[in-house]
Ligand binder design. Sequence first.
Ligand SMILES: [Zn+2]
Length: 362
Amino acid sequence: MAEREVLHIKGRVLAGPQDVADELWVVGGRITYDRPAAEADATITGWTLPGLVDAHCHVGLDAHGAVDRATTEKQALEERAAGTLLARDAGSPSDTRWIDDREDLPKIIRAGRHIARTRRYIRNYAHEIEPGVLTAYVRQEARRGDGWVKLVGDWIDREVGDLTACWPKDALSEAIAAAHEEGARVTAHCFAEDSLADLVEAGIDCIEHATGLTDETIPLFAGRGVAIVPTLVNIATFPALAVGGETKFPRWAVHLRRLHARRYETVRNAYDAGIAIYAGTDAGGSLAHGLVGEEVAELVKAGLPAEAALSAATWGARGWLGRDGLTEGAAADLVVYDADPREDVRVLAAPRRIVLRGTVVG
Ligand SMILES: [Zn+2]
């Protein structure tokens, strides 16, 4: 491997919400706060954050299902250009394991392939199965992934004409216990209200979207330590989805509009109750990649303090996923901005410099 540059990063290094340093160095691709003997090859000045985390996106997937390697690479590079250097892939039918060997692409934490009830999800995305084999599929995807399993917890039920819960509680309890035995955490896609209590009581670790949280379920999540990834940039598409489906499913359309109308209040109430919130965009299905900065801005709009919204895409998210931030000896994955993101998180939209594994990539 070629010898890597020594970089000097100075200005304000935001290693944590209350942990600010004046400078750090990158030596051999790793972070150090001790000035090296060697002269720096380059100096970058600005406000530095750990590489951003998109805690819910999909790589190797588009609106129709799995995509080829060239398209997958393009998606990963779009994330990188936005400063997303760590992605939690919330379900993909593609085998993207090859990305792990690419030093120039963001790191990915996979949840295997989505597990959905038969005909209760987007075509070509999921293993579509019945509750009797849920545990077996959860074990299989736990072994394929990187510590997460993704369920589809609710979806439109065409006979009912509305969102309904997909799984009986006893099947969930057995399957989630099996995932935990395999060393994996479990998360579920949930838009509506009625699947949430069962999933939490069955031991789930996280809920994606979570637009259906109410005054009844918020304390349950807070009490059990269940995190949420609201994906507000995706929830913004609910009104358009409602227009598209309302002739066939009027009840569903009304339901989506109601969930959308109270989305900021839901996230704010969850935050106030102490529920852990992480920034995810849901890019890769129908949404473009590279929107994590917009999602952080949406979290602020919902009422999170700037530090909390930043933490949801940096320090907090990295800790939750078991990955290093800007700590001594960690791989140098960082993003430098022109201005203080704590003053205005919208600076995340325009990184000045992006450093991945110690190499300047943007
Ligand atoms: Zn998703």
